[in-house]
Design a protein around this ligand. Structure first.
Ligand SMILES: Nc1nc2c(ncn2[C@@H]2O[C@H](COP(=O)(O)OP(=O)(O)OP(=O)(O)O)[C@@H](O)[C@H]2O)c(=O)[nH]1
Ligand SMILES: [Mg+2]
Length: 454
């Protein structure tokens, strides 16, 4: 990506485009204060104080009346001199404020450039920068909370602690490397093994949070399936709380798959309404049924819907053939039952719902969210949580190097400097994640914890 030179002063409208009461224009770089002073009549106040100011263009014509905040390096988001201007929103004013700043010497920023500078200036590490993006893109409260925790540095601190433990190990065996002929060095082999096992255990516990983390971040794919006309689209709408899918009494109404996010806890749901499963001559409906099958293959949970016990069983059979995901049996149109005789022979665990009255809808959301969580394996309350496949991969690589290290030492045939390479590699995988690579750390540790001159 072309990002110009780091000396450029960059500017962007930081708020979303479109109609809105206010917008935020952000300016950062060496000349941020000078450039802002050309646009802010009466100049800037002292740092971190919000002041109301007239904003003008290069010809001193009024552009807006806004609030201006100055930040002095390094105490800003980017770590550079910055200015934030809160102006009126909408299609015109933010663009005019920005144009005035560009004509005063700023360059329009490319996507992510403010955060990129924050990383380069040590204000955020790579994981935190990624969390900023996750937070902005979050579609659920649980996803946002997870991103916020990562932005706060919980995962970074944890990975850094693991990395320190590996560096400690390096320091331990550095003694063997320096004094290979000493028979029983200052630390016995058991101490190294125990320390290695402890790190492997800690990494494993973190890896075990990955299925949950990825689900929280993206939401679980929950597919509504069943025969035509059983009330799938009505259920979809009832769960979302708005009329998103078309509903008619004509079987075969839904032909496309509709997807929407349900803000559930512990796991948000990406709910999908699909075409009713049946053999049909209608070409468009066939396409819809084909799409439903594809979704069922990828589903992480299926709601097998029927408007009678027989229909629920039929839906479960059909779903069982098309999906390997856990299935929740859902008996729809509960409001139509005058007496609840039908419920008696429904499959065990069937949830009764009515899109008409709202009965069972909240319970369905909770059960679905909980079932998805349970399907990720035994409950773990381990925090922080690994939310990206990339993090999991790096942790697995780090762990595998530690295991190689253990094997190399157990064999006894490998000299200490060779087995130590695995420790270095292991730490490097973690460093790659945080974006901190510093060999000096090991040396410093060696001299602080060892009395080498003894
Ligand atoms: N009384 C009652 N009627 C319902 C309920 N849910 C759906 N219906 C009715 O059942 C009919 C079919 O509803 P849809 O939601 O379109 O059913 P569908 O399963 O999506 O049907 P296809 O898209 O054709 O597969 C409509 O006439 C709905 O009004 C309910 O909870 N109670
Ligand atoms: Mg439908």
């Amino acid at each position: 990506m072309e990002t110009g030179t780091p000396d450029d002063t960059i500017v962007a409208v930081a708020s979303a485009p479109g109609m809105g009461a206010l917008a935020v224009v952000r300016l950062s770089g060496l000349r941020a204060h000078d450039i802002a002073a050309c646009v802010v009549r009466d100049g800037l106040e002292k740092a971190r104080r919000a002041v109301r100011r007239k904003l003008v263009d290069a010809f001193d014509s009024p552009v807006d009346d806004g609030i201006v905040i100055r930040y002095d390096a390094p105490r800003s988001y980017t770590g550079e001199d910055s200015v934030e201007i809160v102006c009126h929103g909408g299609a015109v004013t933010p663009a005019r404020v920005m144009a005035a700043l560009v004509s005063a010497g700023a360059r329009p920023a490319v996507p992510g450039e403010f955060t990129r500078r924050a990383v380069l200036n040590g204000k955020l590490d790579v994981l935190q920068a990624e969390a900023v993006n996750d937070l902005i893109r979050a579609e659920s409260s649980a996803g946002a909370a997870l991103a916020l925790e990562q932005l706060d540095g919980a995962l970074s601190r944890r990975l850094d602690a693991l990395r320190q433990q590996i560096l400690d190990l390096e320091a331990l065996i550095a003694y063997e490397i320096d004094f290979p002929e000493e028979d029983d060095g200052p630390m016995d082999a058991g101490r190294v093994t125990a320390a290695t096992d402890a790190v492997i255990g800690a990494i494993t516990r973190l890896i075990e949070t990955a299925p949950r983390g990825e689900l929280v971040r993206t939401g679980a794919l929950v597919v509504i399936a069943g025969a035509p006309n059983v009330g799938k689209s009505s259920l979809f709408n009832a769960v979302l709380g708005r009329r998103r899918a078309l509903v008619t009494d004509i079987p075969g109404t839904t032909r496309d798959a509709l997807e929407a996010v349900v803000d559930a806890t512990p796991i948000p749901l990406r709910l999908v309404d699909t075409a009713g499963l049946r053999e049909t001559m209608d070409v468009v409906e066939q396409l819809g049924v084909g799409m439903a099958r594809e979704y069922l293959e990828r589903a992480q949970l299926v709601l097998a819907c029927g408007d009678s016990s027989a229909a629920v069983r039929q839906a479960m059979d059909a779903v069982g053939r098309l999906s390997e995901a856990p299935v929740l049996a859902v008996r729809t149109k509960a409001d139509l039952d005058v007496v609840r005789t039908d419920a008696d022979d429904a499959p065990v665990g069937t949830l009764r719902v009515s899109a008409q009255t709202g009965e069972g809808i909240d319970a369905l959301i909770q059960r679905a969210s909980r079932l998805v969580l349970d399907s990720t394996g035994p409950a773990t309350e381990e925090m922080p949580v690994v939310a990206h496949a990339r993090y999991r991969k790096a942790l697995e690589d780090a762990r595998s190097e530690l295991r190689h290290f253990t094997e190399a030492r157990a064999g006894g045939a490998v000299p200490a400097p060779v087995s130590a390479v695995h420790l270095r590699e292991s730490a490097r995988h973690l460093e790659g994640l945080i974006g901190a690579i510093d060999v000096e750390d090991v040396l410093e540790r060696l001299f602080s914890t060892f009395c080498v001159g003894k």
